[in-house]
Design a protein around this ligand. Sequence first.
Ligand code: SAH
Length: 490
Amino acid sequence: MLLTITTTYQPATDLGYLLHKNPARLQSVEITGGLAHVFYPEATAQRCTAALLLDLDPVGLVRDRHGDFALAEYVNDRPYVASSFLSVALSKAFGTAMNGTCKDRPALPAQALPLAVTVAVVSAPGPDWPRRLFEPLGYQVETTAYPLDATVPAWGASPYYTLHLRHDGLRLQDLLAHLYVLLPVLDNDKHYYVDQQEADKLLHRGGDWLPRHPERDFITRRYLRYLGSIVNQTLERLLEGVEESSSSVDSASPQVGATANDRAETANSQAPEPDGATRGLAESTLLPKLTLHDQRLQQVAHEIYQLAPKRVLDLGCGEGRLLRLLLRQPKIEFIRGLDVSHQALSRAAQRLRLDEMAPRQRARIELVQGSLLYRDARLAGFDAAALVEVIEHLDENRLASLEAVVFGHARPAHVFVTTPNAEYNQLFALPAGEFRHADHRFEWTRAEFAAWATGVAARHGYQVRLVGMGEAAEGVGAPSQLAVFGLLVD
Ligand code: SAH
């Protein structure tokens, strides 16, 4: 797959500054399934062309998946067609340009340039589609069609076209945003799982031009395949003119680099966070902007606030996302985060800026290393304990130890346990029996979670209430599930 961008703006070699890629050098970046190479077939003051060559390994793309594979999984058009892999490559190779930044020529990103683009090849539902998508944005569009097999004319046309776009005056940043959104829309096979983050990317890259595009609904639907509810929500947001302000959405997102073996949930749990220190509560409660994991954390934090606890435990606190929300609640006097991973704890300390905290605030929080599978006096004496997306990281046969430690020994007045709802996985397009995250040991249906939770409650003198987390879908329930335990007598 080859994409070239040519300009005759003078001096044309300024394209190198804009793209943040030196015309004299071949530069390569790694993306899922292969490499993206950037080089300049021509670079003179009159005319400069940058090329992005995507070198995907079709075997590598399926290698880490389990099970039997049809030949079609190895022999396919992915290496040759402009697809979501190209969007990932664009944001990785040209992220700075996409964000409109140019350190060496600060005025250049705002400059409208004559630009010509060739993409070899795109796959499109019909020959008119490239025109319908790009002409409303001011491009002159030409396509070169190819027969399915030149030696068998009776087979007719293939769905593949070389696409030629020309624009008399456009900011490079806009060109890249158009390509980023529209090339995967032309292609019908997205390689990563679509979730809320995708909607954010669409709003971020398309917010300026998509609301006025005549094919807005088609583009949004094709971009956000699979998740009907998100499509409607996103269309609404587009029409409201909501703009995504975070510029790090693509470049830092593990999701865009997700392999077939990575999961929607992985992307969620590692999603880049806007600068938490400056981000206020009001902004962070804008639900449409939140990833599934953020929603989950907010819901748990909210449930915890309702009980007005003074001392809260976060068990398996990871990088401290829930801790941050809890710290914002001044009525909570003391919070202890426990995790088995030293690395996660030091990330948490960094993210929470423990070093820079005022002494009184610093005294409210403590991070400790330890395992939930062993009795620990540091877990006793709390009003509430959270285990957000933790139990599924333990082998199922260790759950009895966890139960004894948390419900038998530590005995907080309330316990909040969340875990994925396995029934929802089909909406992430996960093959049956596969988990959302490589480190998950199990994922439960609603009935399985309810059986475990009611058993635990009965054995230890708690009552339990089960709650769906995130927007429920018909027949499968919500993406995640929460059990709220309350101690009956002690
Ligand atoms: N609660 C966090 C992190 C969830 S990931 C959040 O919602 O963002 C699961 C976490 O559980 C990881 O940080 C992992 O290190 C931790 N963990 C796994 N086994 C554990 C154990 N036996 N004891 C304590 N923490 C454990």
